[in-house]
Ligand binder design. Structure first.
Ligand SMILES: [Cu+2]
Length: 263
């Protein structure tokens, strides 16, 4: 019986380690993501070693101090030692603080938050609205036109309240699919109209909140062509589950051609 249980548990452990090892992290599609993946793996290894060591110790103690006869099992086996307890707490604290420090430094180094320092990044304004994403491109003039909340009307085809009297707004393009060129820095300006949403593209290792009343900038370089899913990673209401959009990373030439096309 015990042997059968051991075999079943071992099979489940090896099986899930194999399965999740294959598929749990999506392919990397951005320049800054390699460091984040490295940190992920490091955390997994450190925590994995701690997990196996504690489970093994637990098993050994259960085995060693199991009740062999009724008399021996009554009463405390040993007094808890303050020194051992403190040692465990110090190790756990060092591990948590250590991984936190390394993670925070790494995130700062990845530097995706804030304005882009690249020469001519692709500008996209990402607008989150319950429960949709709208992407605005500045057009040939490279300037985002004026918007006014009073003009916001999705049924009129103007969900962002673009003021068409403003010359800079005339060539602005609003889409529901996001396009970015490969290997060129993209600078996104995140906005939200109603509640907090979160712009999440797992393959890019990018996740950033969009907050009403705030203009939040992030920048990164896509390194892989293809279709990616944009998800909202903030529980933003009843329709949260369907708040997604497509992100298409295309070649620089294709991107230029698309921008020249008349609307
Ligand atoms: Cu949302």
């Amino acid at each position: 019986m015990a042997v059968a249980l051991l075999i079943i548990i071992s099979l489940i452990t090896v099986g899930s380690a194999y399965f999740f090892g294959q598929s749990w992290i999506p392919p990397l599609a951005s320049a800054h993501g390699a460091n984040i993946d490295h940190q992920f793996k490091l955390d997994l290894i450190v925590m994995g070693v701690v997990f196996f060591a504690t489970q093994l110790a637990l098993g050994l103690f259960v085995w060693k101090f199991r009740a062999r006869d009724a008399k021996a099992s009554s009463g405390p086996i040993a007094e808890p030692s303050a020194r051992v307890e403190l040692m465990w707490m110090a190790i756990a604290l060092a591990l948590f603080l250590g991984t936190n420090f390394v993670g925070a430094t790494l995130w700062a180094k990845a530097g995706i938050t804030g304005e882009s320092s690249a020469k001519s990044p692709v500008q996209v304004e990402v607008n989150a609205v319950q429960f949709q994403w709208y992407f605005r491109y500045p057009g040939a003039d490279g300037k985002f036109g004026r918007t006014d909340t009073k003009l916001q009307d999705a049924s009129e085809g103007n969900p962002l309240g673009l003021d068409r009297n403003d010359p800079a707004a005339k060539d602005d393009v609003v889409t529901s699919v996001m396009f970015l060129p490969e290997n060129r820095e993209a600078e996104l300006t995140l906005r939200a109209q109603d509640v907090i949403h979160s712009f999440f593209v797992p393959e890019f290792r990018v996740k950033q909140d969009a907050v009403p009343g705030q203009t939040i900038r992030i920048h990164f370089v896509p390194t892989m062509m293809g279709d990616f899913d944009i998800a909202c990673a903030e529980l933003c209401g009843l329709g949260h589950y369907r708040m997604n959009a497509k992100l298409k990373v295309v070649s620089e030439d294709e991107f230029k051609k698309m921008q020249q096309q008349p609307k």
